[in-house]
Design a protein around this ligand. Structure first.
Ligand SMILES: *Cc1c(COP(=O)(O)O)cnc(C)c1O
Length: 483
């Protein structure tokens, strides 16, 4: 991995790639941003991208592709059945993960849907390091119950523990011996644990989880959507792993897992998804469901061009310079904000920088969605779009009550290889301004609340007229002028 040292002693992440294609950006004035967020029901998902300056909503399907990926798209072999492209992609998956079977799917949640259909029976438990929104929705829709066996540091936003995505292995052992394997659908580990701030698990922890699963004969399923970041952290943070190549770390991971699935909107910087396994019976059952929900066995809902790009993207995941840009930029952002006193989740993880809205807006009650309010406020003062990852992203209980999220985070995703350091500095500047004016920000309430995954399409309104006051204060101090 290339780490450049500066004569000045500064720590600046340097990109090991250059820009070949660009997209022009738009920064609309603050009064237009206020209009846009009002029209969007104070939900950043409902903003139109033409009203967004820097889109830090997600890394899903927004990572920059390499020239090799784009070139590969041109040789895609489009055929309904038996395409050469599928054979190439399958071979890459077999080589990297060392698993015989590969089932293509249109994206990560499609893999979760297929696996939940086959593996989860009503009343069964699915122990995991932490849930992800779509994962939980699919397990619950099959009557399963998610049990989170988190590490004691996982929900501490001010931590220096390097592997907050670790599972509590003793708790897993206790649960499996109490309930017995029949009551467990599968055990799930999520790489780069998304909802707690892109936090990794260690290779040692995964191995321990796997040994417990073996002892009880329960399958271990790995959600590898954010594996690239997790690989970087294992390589740079875990004792004994510095000498391993990334390819060797992946091999170790797959040797200690039964099923690996991923969203190729993240892993491999393309669009699509897939399930890898060595289990012949599971493969046969997945193959039966595939044509019903996704498409024929040789494309599973993906376009062949994306499949070619994915094959190259997966190989590039083994290149340390390719996977280090995201975590290095995120670390820069997290450390700079921390230095300026802004509450962020530490240590820096993958995926993005996470502002801790519980501390940032400690005057806004959790039932008024502080992370959602912070997302709206940041958009108003910067044109930057982040994503609420807190109570809004939770689903109501069956009895209609609203569970409060463990953490209220505003995630500012850094899609890989997309933004420059000056853009990251702009975001830091606006977040710091917002922090100094945080008392101006108030809460939100639902106007329209959908039943499932309400954060995608729900509409909210500010409680009081705080957005106008915030915009006024901003316009006086910092409004951008167009010469
Ligand atoms: C994004 C994501 C998914 C879902 O993938 P999609 O391609 O968006 O459907 C599942 N698990 C994790 C950890 C993710 O980050």
């Amino acid at each position: 991995m290339t780490v450049i040292r500066f004569f000045s002693g500064e720590q600046i992440p340097v990109e090991m790639h250059k820009t070949k294609i660009l997209q022009k950006l738009n920064l609309i004035p603050i009064d237009k941003r206020l209009e846009a967020i009002t029209k969007a029901g104070y939900n950043t998902f409902l903003l139109s991208n033409s009203d967004v300056f820097l889109d830090m909503l997600t890394d899903s399907g927004t990572n920059a592709m390499s020239d090799r990926q784009l070139a590969a798209m041109m040789i895609a072999d489009d055929s309904y059945a038996g395409s050469e492209t599928f054979t190439r992609l399958k071979k890459v998956c077999q080589k990297i993960f060392d698993m015989e079977y590969f089932i293509p799917a249109h994206q990560g949640r499609a893999c979760e849907h297929l696996l939940a259909q086959i593996l989860v029976r009503p009343g069964q438990l699915v122990p995991m390091n932490y849930h992800f929104t779509t994962t939980k929705a699919h397990i619950v829709s099959m009557g399963g119950i998610v049990v989170e066996l988190i590490h004691e540091e996982a929900l501490n936003p001010e931590s220096s523990f390097p592997f907050k995505g670790n599972m509590d292995v003793d708790a897993l052992h206790e649960l499996l011996s109490d309930r017995g394997p029949e009551q467990i659908a599968f055990v799930r580990m999520e790489a780069g644990t998304n909802l707690i701030g892109g936090q990794p698990f260690s290779l040692a922890n995964l191995k321990n989880v796997y040994h417990v699963c073996r002892e009880f004969g329960v399958p271990l399923v790995l959600d590898a959507s954010l594996l690239a970041d997790n690989l970087y952290f294992i390589k740079t943070r875990e004792p004994g792993c510095k000498e391993l190549t990334v390819a060797e770390i992946v091999r170790e991971i797959s040797r200690h897992t039964d099923v690996i699935y991923f969203s190729a909107r993240k892993l491999g910087c393309a669009r699509g998804g897939g399930i890898c396994t060595t289990d012949q019976d599971l493969n046969a059952r997945l193959s039966e469901l595939l044509p019903l929900y996704e498409g024929f066995l040789t494309y599973g809902g993906m376009s062949v061009r994306e499949m070619e790009a994915l094959a190259v993207g997966l190989e590039e995941t083994l290149d340390e310079d390719m996977i280090s840009q995201g975590p290095m930029f995120i670390a820069y952002m997290v450390e700079e904000l921390e230095r300026q006193g802004v509450p962020v989740v530490t240590p820096a993880g993958g995926l993005g920088c996470h502002l801790d809205a519980m501390r940032f807006l400690d005057h806004v009650p959790q039932r008024q969605y502080p992370a959602g309010a912070l997302a709206a406020a940041l958009y108003i003062v910067s044109g930057v779009r982040g994503m609420e990852r807190g109570t809004l992203s939770e689903q109501r209980n069956l009895d209609g009550t609203e569970p409060l999220a463990n953490m209220e985070l505003l995630r500012l995703a850094l899609p890989r290889r997309v933004f420059t350091l000056s853009q990251v500095k702009y975001v830091i500047d606006r977040v710091v301004w917002l922090y100094h004016h945080r008392h101006l920000i108030g809460g939100l309430e639902f106007v329209e609340e959908p039943e499932t995954l309400r954060f995608f399409l729900g509409r909210l309104a500010p409680i009081g007229d705080w957005p106008d006051k915030l915009a006024e204060a901003y316009a006086q101090e910092l409004a951008v002028s167009h010469l």
